[in-house]
Ligand binder design. Structure first.
Ligand SMILES: Nc1nc2c(ncn2[C@@H]2O[C@H](COP(=O)(O)OP(=O)(O)OP(=O)(O)O)[C@@H](O)[C@H]2O)c(=O)[nH]1
Ligand SMILES: [Mg+2]
Length: 417
């Protein structure tokens, strides 16, 4: 076992076994006095006649047995509470994390992501040091965002598309951004059931959404998770988000290419897709173009293409178009990958790709400042003490909203001096 490698299940089993036996990991031989068992056993009151002559009789009773033969606790159990050996995880240093990530160690990568997702201040500091150290290795992956209403087939698509990319020789990481996961207690996205083969694939890494509270919190954690995955050698990052609320805007702001997965049935009203979401997309993909649905999918595709005429494309010098595919039969996936590659090549040539990345970096900085200031204000004890009173005054009509803001900002300013 090397220092930076976690033990294999077999190694782990061996160490655990050793804690339940004595000496060198071997069970003591019956009747033989053993330094570690001596004094902890005694002979029972009754032993067979012939055994009285022989001290090596096997039957010794251990003291402090906590359970009776029927599995119930003995009356003296409370005197000797059961102590389970706890396997503590070795604390990793920044160098351990960096080395592990650079070697593509998935266990260390997961631990680093957990650090990034933690709300603990020390973890935050450590995470930032790790990020800083791996920064030169980031930025080389292609970042693809995928959105669509629930049931559009995002997860099934990612399973099929991800496997296709792996077959083509890429390492793929799948992340999810779901600001509602705090409420639903667990991510509804990035669900591993729909990504069965991808989950098991050594060239794929799947991480569900962090539970970050505010969308800003989730956004920061997701971006940093993306950077860690890039540093760990993943070439393509697929970021899934559900097509409701503000999360598409967040994901758009962290990816190079953004696709909207839709279902057949023309008209955006039908699927609750807002025009705003179409404006973010570099491709609209009509999924489930298979079987009886194929004809309808082709009609939907031209309907979307028509709608796109009236919408400003999301990316400069790129024409957003509609495509069809089937995540089940895998038809159209190749074509879509060609489109993404063309988009990337073209963007790198005309400078749009880099420009977007730079704008995104600066946007991240500003967003993080916003988030930080927001927390600083609302977690301020003086503000917390004053807030209720000011809000009540607004509700009673004694104070205008603007006065309330001025009052609270004034209080905040003073508290900082
Ligand atoms: N026929 C057909 N069914 C599909 C296709 N893609 C997905 N489905 C089915 O559509 C249903 C929803 O697919 P998901 O992949 O879970 O959809 P999702 O967009 O991830 O849904 P949420 O995670 O709830 O947002 C499943 O029953 C899939 O089997 C497809 O290309 N063709
Ligand atoms: Mg899903």
């Amino acid at each position: 076992m090397t220092d930076n490698k976690r033990p294999t299940p077999d190694e782990l089993r061996n160490t655990q076994d050793a804690t339940f036996t004595t000496g060198e990991g071997k069970a003591p031989e019956l009747g033989v006095k053993n330094a570690s068992t001596e004094g902890s056993t005694y002979r029972p009151d009754w032993v067979p006649e012939e055994a009285k002559k022989d001290d090596t009789y096997a039957c010794h009773v251990m003291k402090g047995v906590k359970e009776m033969h029927d599995g119930l606790l003995s009356s003296s159990a409370h005197l000797a509470p059961a102590v389970r050996p706890v396997q503590r995880r070795k604390k990793l240093t920044v160098a351990d994390y960096v080395r592990g990530i650079e070697q593509g160690d998935r266990v260390i990568l997961s631990r680093a992501i957990t650090l990034v997702e933690s709300n603990n201040k020390d973890h935050f500091k450590l995470a930032q040091q790790v990020l800083q150290a791996v920064l030169p290795r980031t930025g080389k992956a292609l970042r693809i965002g995928i959105t669509g209403v629930p049931g559009a087939g995002k997860s099934t698509f990612i399973e099929a598309f991800g496997n296709m990319l792996i077959e083509a020789g890429y390492k793929v990481a799948v992340l999810a951004v779901d600001p509602t996961s705090q409420v639903t207690k667990g991510s509804i996205l990035g669900d591993k059931t729909r990504m069965e083969t991808l989950t098991k694939h050594p060239e794929a890494y799947i991480r569900p959404s962090p539970a970050g509270g505010t969308l800003g919190g989730v956004a920061r954690k997701s971006r940093e998770t993306m950077l860690l995955c890039e540093a760990a050698g993943y070439d393509i990052i697929l970021v899934e988000t559900v097509g409701v609320g503000q999360s598409e805007v967040t994901v758009r702001s962290m990816v190079d290419f953004f696709m909207l997965i839709v279902l057949t049935g023309a008209g955006d009203e039908l699927q609750g897709i807002k025009k705003g979401v179409m404006e973010l997309a570099d491709a609209i993909v009509v999924n489930k173009a298979d079987g009886d649905n194929l004809k309808r999918a082709l009609i939907a595709r031209s309907d979307y293409d028509r709608m796109l005429h009236y919408i400003r494309p999301a990316t400069e010098k790129w024409k957003t178009q509609a495509y069809t595919c089937s995540a089940v039969t895998k038809d159209g996936l190749d074509e879509l990958w060609d489109v993404i590659q063309e988009f990337t090549e073209q963007g790198k040539e005309n400078g749009v790709f880099l420009k977007r990345r730079q704008e995104q970096s600066l946007r991240w900085v500003r967003d993080m400042i916003d988030e930080h200031l927001h927390n600083l204000f609302f977690n301020n004890v003086v503000i917390q003490g004053r807030m209720g009173e000011v809000e009540a005054a607004v509700l009673d009509g004694e104070m205008s909203e603007s006065q309330a803001v001025e009052e609270l900002i004034g209080v905040f300013d003073k508290s900082l001096q």
